[in-house]
Ligand binder design. Structure first.
Ligand code: SF4
Length: 669
């Protein structure tokens, strides 16, 4: 008997129309857990670096995390893994909502898609019955609209639908997969789904999940729930509201946006808007939110209500999450009414709310600076808001200049030439757009930005506070009930962190301390991504209910794989290293591991190199960021070492473009 997991994957060959139910090896779960961990193993084994994003041999894997579908509060993440058309590296975007538990209840841990369907189709999974169905009548439909139409067509109002909009169908490099109350957005995974000819994956399950030791597991779940109630009633004092409690950033509840709107450079802007947040704006935005927000909502089995249904005037209702509230608004220098309105169109089209406004602002900056001409924008309205709507429409249809912009700022700049690359100034890992710029260099953020491979904003934040508290007595109060730390030394790091003087940013925390902190933060994100836990209850907030001390108990009592902190840490390190190995094999090298040049006002080149050197050594990677032989053998990844040797990877510093490493070639996929 398998516990927590079902022990079966669905393998679907879209070219042949073949569907198989395949038993999985429990040994793989023990080594790599589930979700991202086993996805990475499959991608390593079956998708060599010669396979491009839009090749039929690329896989698109929808995985439910190991503990999804169990009673653990907030454990509902679907991890979608593929090769990204944008970065040519591994994309492993996540979505909340209801889809992953439903897949478990249907009897599967993953849906693995390969090949390409000759016509547009959707997949209908209802317990043991799995069908590939015609979706040609859904071509061009919005992602949310598609979900509604399919549920009506199947007469299955409780089916969960992960769908793409027009952007995915047209292979826009920042197309998302939308799903009820969430979306998987980074890396253009929706474009891969569109390329495979799949409009939606629809699931309804009615089976049970088994637990290894149910009474013990329920006790753990109850403890986590009690803690959630306690934290909700007792926000952490001294930090901004979205960090004081739990959940994904509570952007749908927070009205005071002074800090976010004034302290970041949004979209393609090169300025902060000091003085933006006036009393009048505060009043207007609050009114807009109150008028358009119809309901606060949660994902499966969670009381946190982080999302909201939004009904903009004259448009249909959609679900808004996280920072999309601000990305369009700020990139267009407009107001919240515009931001909430255009986000509805963007959700139906299915585009990433971070990249899309960035790309549109980039296009307008090129126009302002004479690199693109008025002729490139025939019929574009004069006003900023109108221009954003016009551009969004052209991009998702790949019409005119929209066809170039649909590949994101990096590839668009290459195609446009004439110095356009100077305006693609907010990219990370060379090709993926960031939604904003920060101010003072924070060494912890520097490392998370440089070396993180998910390229998601919540992935660069974690359980260590983002800034020091002004007074020591406040810091002492903070560490008193900080039981989540993996080691007491983190308390001392924080106690000694001062806003000014010797122990302040950027030289404190020291590079060695930063390695410990970043490694802790990253470890928790990777564990969440394998278990299917929402980062908002574990790796993202400051004092969460799930942490390194109780996770091994959840895995042991839930899935029946006996784990302690050490073995869990080791498993997470194993698949984190495997993710790095996949990207190393695809050409990722040290030169790609840097934030945008003007991401911070002031840079510290020597310190930054020292940070990177120290962190690479800490992780057991060489000076190019490649896992060493010793590291790989220690983790039982001998097969990775053998492949690296065979391909001459240790002698490749990434200076020479190689046809065998798509991330290094500049041709479009
Ligand atoms: S904390 Fe928020 S985002 Fe996370 S599962 Fe709960 S409702 Fe969803």
């Amino acid at each position: 008997m398998r516990y927590a997991e079902t022990g079966y994957n669905l393998e679907i060959d879209l070219t042949r129309g073949n569907i198989e139910r395949v038993a999985t090896d429990p040994k793989d779960t023990e080594l790599y857990l589930g979700g991202l961990g086993t996805n990475a193993k499959i991608m390593w084994d079956r998708v060599p670096p010669e396979v491009e994003a839009f090749s039929p041999d690329n896989l698109l894997i929808f995985a439910a995390g190991l503990l999804c579908g169990t009673p653990a509060t907030g454990c509902n993440r679907t991890i979608v893994t593929t090769i990204s058309p944008q970065t040519r590296l591994l994309a492993f975007s996540m979505m909340g909502g209801f889809w992953a538990p439903e897949l478990k209840y249907a009897g599967y841990d993953k849906v693995i898609l390969r090949g390409k369907s000759p016509d547009l189709v959707y997949l209908w999974i209802k317990d043991d019955k799995v069908e590939i169905r015609d979706a040609t009548h859904l071509r061009g439909k919005g992602a949310v609209e598609t979900a509604k139409l399919i549920c009506q067509e199947l007469k299955e109002p409780r089916a969960q639908v992960a769908a793409i909009g027009m952007a995915g169908e047209n292979r826009v490099y920042f197309a998302s997969i939308e799903q009820g109350r969430s979306s998987a957005s980074r890396g253009g995974i929706g474009a891969v789904m569109g390329d495979k000819g799949v409009k939606a994956v629809v699931v309804r399950g009615t089976k049970d999940i088994h637990l290894a030791r149910p009474a013990e597991y329920m006790q753990l779940c109850n403890e986590a729930m009690e803690y959630i109630k306690f934290r909700n009633a007792n926000p952490i004092p001294g930090v901004m509201p979205i960090l004081a409690g739990l959940g994904s950033p509570q952007e749908m509840k927070v009205h005071d946006e002074k800090w976010h709107t004034e302290n970041f450079m949004w979209g393609n802007s090169r300025e902060r808007r000091k003085g933006f947040w006036t009393e009048e704006i505060a009043r207007e935005w609050m009114q807009t939110m109150e008028d358009m927000r119809t309901r606060l909502i949660s994902c499966y089995n969670c009381p946190m209500t982080c999302g909201a249904t939004i009904c903009p005037t004259g448009k249909s209702t959609y679900m808004m999450k996280c920072f999309t509230k601000l990305t369009y608004t700020m990139a267009a220098f407009s107001d919240l009414e515009f931001g909430l309105g255009i986000a509805q169109s963007a959700t139906e089209y299915g585009v990433d709310g971070f990249s899309a406004p960035q790309v549109m602002a980039f296009a307008l900056e090129l126009l302002e600076n004479g690199i693109l001409k008025e002729d490139d924008f025939p019929g574009m309205p004069e006003d900023n808001e109108g221009r954003f709507y016009w551009l969004l429409d052209r991009i998702v249809r790949r019409e005119g200049i929209g066809d170039v912009l649909a590949n994101g700022t990096y590839w668009a700049a290459k195609a446009i030439g004439k110095g356009a690359d100077a305006y693609a100034h907010n990219n990370i890992k060379k090709t993926e757009q960031l939604p904003l710029k920060l101010s003072m260099l924070n060494p912890i953020y520097f490392l998370m930005y440089c070396t993180g491979e998910k390229i998601n904003i919540t992935q660069i934040e974690g359980q260590f506070p983002q800034a020091p508290y002004p007074k020591r007595e406040h810091r002492e109060a903070f560490v008193k009930d900080w039981f989540q730390v993996p080691d007491e030394k983190f308390k001392q790091y924080f106690l000694d962190w001062e806003p000014r003087g010797e122990n302040s940013i950027p030289y404190y925390p020291t590079p060695e301390m930063c390695c410990d902190i970043v490694d802790w933060q990253e470890r928790m994100h990777y564990i969440d991504d394998a278990l299917g836990m929402c980062a908002g209850l574990s790796s993202f907030p400051l004092k969460p209910p799930y942490h390194i001390h109780n996770y091994p108990k959840f895995i042991s009592a839930g899935a029946g794989y006996e784990m302690d902190e050490e073995s869990l840490t080791r498993a997470a390190r194993r698949y984190r290293t495997l993710v790095r190995a996949i990207n190393t094999r695809r050409g990722l090298r040290r030169k790609d591991e840097k934030p945008p040049a003007d991401h911070w006002k002031k840079r510290f080149p020597e310190l930054e190199q020292q940070l990177l050197d120290t962190y690479y050594t800490f992780k057991g990677w060489n000076t190019q960021g490649i896992p060493t032989e010793e590291t790989l053998r220690d983790l039982g990844l001998d097969y990775v070492y053998d492949e690296f040797e065979k391909r001459g990877i240790y002698s490749d510093n990434g200076d020479t473009a190689s046809l065998s490493t798509p991330a290094e070639t500049d041709k479009e996929v």
